[in-house]
Write a protein that binds this ligand. Sequence first.
Ligand SMILES: [Zn+2]
Length: 177
Amino acid sequence: MAAHLLPRMLGNVLLLLRSLLRSSGDGLAPAAGGGTGTLSEATVATDWKKNLTPGQFYVTREKGTEPLFSGIYLNNTELGIYYCVCCNAPLFSSEKKYNSGTGWPSFSEVYGTRGRDESNTNIMRRPDNSSGSIRTEVICKRCDAHLGHVFDDGPTPSGQRFCINSVSLNFKQGSGQ
Ligand SMILES: [Zn+2]
């Protein structure tokens, strides 16, 4: 091979490299500046982790259950409202709290219920088959926090027992109005 061809070949290689670098640079530019503005699920989870204690995160975001007879609100008889620990939506009133003997704070009705109509409350019900039995999960309508479950063995007149984890709640004294 003639020695004089070498510089030309090197020149071609450099040109090729430069065009490759330029095109990859062009390719990156729109992606870097073109975020959609929506948060990924991972980002949201990280934010909850930052703002909640590990126990609160485990129960509300990973559908955990606090150990029975451990919750700080189990025996709370003060008058007031129980709010969602994640988003501060009012969920339950002390008026409908009762001692079910199960080891978790229990309520016979959701705050804002009219008759049997829960459409103006901040909770949602969702079927839960995770433990082998069919239960009804109770979730915060506003932020999707797992709160507990509802059973149909509560006191009259509602006949319902909302079995709620203390760590998913934040109690504030007063009427909540
Ligand atoms: Zn909430």
